[in-house]
Design a protein around this ligand. Sequence first.
Ligand SMILES: [Fe+2]
Length: 165
Amino acid sequence: MVAALFAAPSRPVARQTEPEYGPVSDLETMLADASRQLLAFAAKLLVLGSGRSPGPSSHLSQELLDLLAELVAFCDRHFQREEQVLREAGLRAFDRIWQAHTSAHAELMRGFSAAAGGVDAVPPTELAERVVGLIEAFWSEHHVEHDRLACDVLRRRLAPAARFA
Ligand SMILES: [Fe+2]
């Protein structure tokens, strides 16, 4: 399921006819890197949750906790950098888009933190599935509703300025 969300398109993407503008290119690179990193986190979570980790089972909760802390730190850095690029590119001028996007980042961070906080109360399999579900939501909802929209808005906003530069 997760792998399908991250799979490369089966057909080649049509060649882009417009030049890519700096901030949009930075954002696309950042999002592509995040997709690879989150896929790796999801794979590790599924292995840990299945109990097939090579370490002793008594260390499972600690391994899961360490992995969740790593995931939270990665997402925190990623969202901060993403919001910095969006801010500098002028997305804040689109107030509702900016608010909805940054609120969605904060909501996802709360979800990851809440999952990490439940490491002692929830069976490892359930906890891993819960976090993988959040990662899936990130790509199937957040990426489509917010990240793609931000890229499109910035592409249109930056195009006229670049043409007359
Ligand atoms: Fe985002």
